[in-house]
Design a protein around this ligand. Structure first.
Ligand code: HEC
Ligand code: HEC
Length: 353
């Protein structure tokens, strides 16, 4: 091949290769940069930040705090007591196997386990744990407007969260659950609240939570386990959920605490995707509020609880059903923005004195 033919033949090829190389480099550097820029405020895997403002470093702050640790069941020496406490824990962790649609004892609940919302059988820090049940019940509850016993509180969750039937207080099951609460909380002084019990606070947004944005979070972060239709996934035996349902007939009903946006957002922020703890939250505050809005915007069972909130002014800002002791519509009480309602309530209650 002589030189001119060589040039004629290979020059365009070389130019072409060089050109493609440049194009490839542009793609490698520029495209991710643009994607980064456009999702900066709504990226899915984000560190702990609110509207771009850094938050205090949780791990450093929390390691110096002595959070509640459940009393160790293995330390129980009385064999009858141990048997009862272990049975109580079993009922919390695998409720459905006993009381669910294929329950071995009764078929009185929707198939959820108490543990689905009270993580690690109700012992996880800020995982809605039971650390303060033994120490604080009977407890005044504004929802009922009276003091409530542990039995009544458990039945609240059975009838609302598990959309089922209450248990009689003298059943072996109810007794075992209460024995379990008393044992795991036996290291908390009466009248005090265990550190890290219940759910961790989450700042309110300045806007209403957005179910459409929440759907994007759901698809990317939650759907792999809870499924595209939100109905979760049963185990092979079909008697318990591996991934519990978030809406629909087998999920909590609309009178449950989890149906309030603030409650589900706080639960999700510090506990989901599964494996997350308050020490390493995966979602920004906005994402937690938005995905919570998406979940509560979906259909679920309805029950009437006309006796709830006898004092309307005690209703929390995020209670989604009228009547109210303020002029804000149901829509705003369901999705926010909550700050104006909070401000209104403060002035109203100050006037009351
Ligand atoms: C890796 C699987 C996985 C992912 C991903 C995941 N979850 Fe969960 N989720 C679970 C499991 C498992 C439970 C029940 C925990 C238990 O029983 O110990 C649960 C429980 C829940 C509950 C309480 C129970 C219920 O059914 O209402 C809510 C609410 C929830 N998840 C929301 C979310 C949201 C929102 C996301 C996405 C931000 C998410 N989850 C991502 C596995 C997952
Ligand atoms: C769908 C989620 C969900 C399920 C399932 C659930 N709970 Fe709850 N439970 C909650 C939420 C949320 C709260 C706290 C917020 C509130 O007051 O509504 C709560 C509160 C409680 C409390 C009061 C804790 C305290 O410190 O005051 C007890 C006791 C309780 N649940 C027991 C149970 C038992 C027993 C079961 C199973 C039979 C169960 N729960 C199932 C969501 C759930």
């Amino acid at each position: 091949m002589d030189k001119s033919r060589y040039q004629k033949f290979f020059y365009p090829v070389l130019t072409y290769i060089q050109y493609m190389g440049k194009l490839l480099r542009i793609c490698i550097y520029v495209v991710p940069f643009c994607v980064c820029l456009s999702c900066r405020n709504y990226s899915i895997k984000v560190s702990d930040s609110t509207n771009g403002n850094p938050q205090p470093n949780h791990s450093m702050k929390n390691d110096s705090v002595k959070y509640w640790v459940a009393a160790d069941i293995n330390s129980i020496t009385d064999s009858l007591q141990k048997q009862q406490v272990v049975y109580g824990r079993e009922l919390i962790a695998h409720t459905s196997k006993y009381l669910g649609p294929k329950g071995s004892l009764m078929k009185t609940t929707n198939g959820m386990n108490c543990q689905n919302c009270h993580l690690l059988a109700g012992t996880a820090v800020f995982g809605n744990n039971f650390g303060s049940v033994a120490s604080l019940y009977p407890k005044y509850r504004a929802r009922r407007g009276t003091f409530e016993t542990e039995y009544e509180r458990i039945n609240d969750c059975l009838e609302r969260s598990l959309n089922g039937e209450p248990l009689d207080s003298n059943t072996k099951e109810m007794q075992a659950i209460v024995a379990y609460f008393h044992f795991i909380g036996s290291n908390v002084p009466k009248g005090t609240k265990a550190l890290g019990s219940g759910l961790k606070d989450l700042p309110y947004l300045d806007r209403a939570a957005d179910a459409n944005k929440g759907k994007m979070v759901y698809v990317k972060v939650c759907q792999s386990c809870h499924q595209i239709d939100g109905q979760g996934k049963l185990n092979e035996a079909g008697n318990e959920y591996t991934y519990p349902p978030l809406w629909g007939p087998h999920s909590f009903n609309d009178a449950a605490g989890m149906f309030r946006l603030g409650t589900i957002a706080r639960y999700v922020k510090y506990n989901m995707p599964f494996g997350t703890s308050f020490r390493n939250p995966q979602l920004t505050d906005e994402q937690a509020w938005d995905v919570a809005a998406y979940i509560v915007s979906q259909p679920r069972s309805h029950i009437n609880e006309p006796k709830d909130w006898p004092d309307l002014s005690a209703k929390p800002v995020d209670f989604p059903f009228a009547p109210y002791a303020d002029h804000f519509p149901e829509q705003q009480h369901k999705y926010g923005p909550f700050k104006p309602i909070l401000a209104f309530q403060k002035t109203r209650d100050n006037k009351k004195g």
